[in-house]
Design a protein. Structure first.
Length: 330
């Protein structure tokens, strides 16, 4: 049996079901970064405009689809001095690169372009020589930012794509904005990634539903986790989100190896990670996918001192394995 994995979020925030929040809670909803956001927060301050300004700031700094963003300007050589937010996601990326043994790498852009997952989304199947040449520009461990904030690349062709960490980082920045305006209890969900702090409008911990991809056109509920009262986040990743077909008819996913230059061929179908900040959870979920095997993915989470659950293919079925600290309410 072969599984057809589809594009649906693996994380659902239960506060969507609240018909109305208590008087001291407010909601903020809208569109950003090609997806939608839902935020619930307490306090007397209206945070809508501040939240929108933070979201726009992250787009201006880190979006690969904004030609005037800091990362786009750096990638095209129009800017050498990096910004604070660029440096922060760069540092997080280097940390997860080390913890993952190099399988997580935001400089994989030249390889992504070859396989049709770049900005043009032109599906191709590159030859070995093209992959070998592209790999010469890949390696965030060979990049650095000097004391003046100037970027030092592995090669002139090295580019940075922080898509696997930027959304989580942006959520962290929204949380900082809410706290600066006096919110102590809140939940932020953007495109299926969630950060929560404090308690929900009913005075309980925030509940998040975790799903597993399954064959056909849906998901299977795995269980529910709770976040709060301490600030914590959950993010997921899966190969079911973006597939291409080779000339021989076989499918390959968007998770590519920065070590080999080829699509990762492994048993991990999806990963959900809980961490103290959403940027780390976001990057670790991608690292778990790139690890290919559940044992390797769980080892990465152990080194990162994070928790999570791995959905993997075992024969004709999907199975799960989780870290000891990953607790679900069935």
């Amino acid at each position: 049996m072969k599984y057809k994995l589809v594009v649906l979020p693996l994380i659902s925030a239960f506060f969507f079901t609240f018909a109305s929040c208590r008087q001291n809670f407010s909601k903020s909803e809208g569109q950003t970064w090609g997806t939608v956001y839902h935020i619930a927060y307490d306090g007397s301050e209206n945070c809508d405009e501040a939240v929108k300004a933070t979201l726009q700031m992250i787009d201006h700094e880190l979006s690969m689809f904004n030609p005037s963003s800091t990362v786009s300007l750096v990638n095209t050589g129009r800017l050498e001095k990096t910004s604070l937010h660029f440096r922060r996601v760069f540092d997080i990326s280097q940390k997860i690169n080390r913890l993952s043994g190099g399988v997580y790498d935001p400089t994989i852009g030249p390889i992504s372009n070859l396989w049709g997952f770049g900005p043009s989304e032109t599906a191709t199947e590159p030859d070995a020589e093209a992959i070998s040449q592209a790999l010469k520009a890949v390696g965030i461990d060979s990049c650095s930012i000097d004391t003046c904030g100037l970027i030092v690349r592995k090669s002139p062709a090295t580019v940075f794509d922080f898509s696997s960490v930027a959304k989580g980082y942006g959520i962290d920045c929204v949380a900082d904005t809410l706290e600066a305006l006096g919110a102590h209890n809140y939940m932020i969900e953007i495109g299926g990634e969630v950060l929560a702090c404090g308690l929900n409008p009913n005075g309980r911990r925030w509940r998040i539903q975790i799903d597993s991809p399954l064959s056909g056109l849906g998901h299977e509920r795995l269980g529910v986790i709770e976040l709060g009262p301490e600030r914590s986040a959950v993010a997921s990743s899966g190969n079911y989100r973006n597939l291409r077909r080779k000339a021989d008819g076989s499918l390959y996913g968007h998770t590519l190896s920065p070590l080999s230059g080829y699509p990762v061929e492994g048993r991990v179908a999806a990963a959900t990670v809980v961490a103290s900040d959403c940027a780390t959870a976001d990057a670790l979920a991608t690292a778990c996918m790139a690890a290919a095997e559940p044992d390797s993915a769980l080892a990465i989470l152990s080194r990162a001192e994070a928790n999570g659950i791995i959905v993997y293919i075992e024969g004709d079925s999907l199975q799960t394995r989780a870290t000891a600290g990953f607790k679900m309410l069935r």
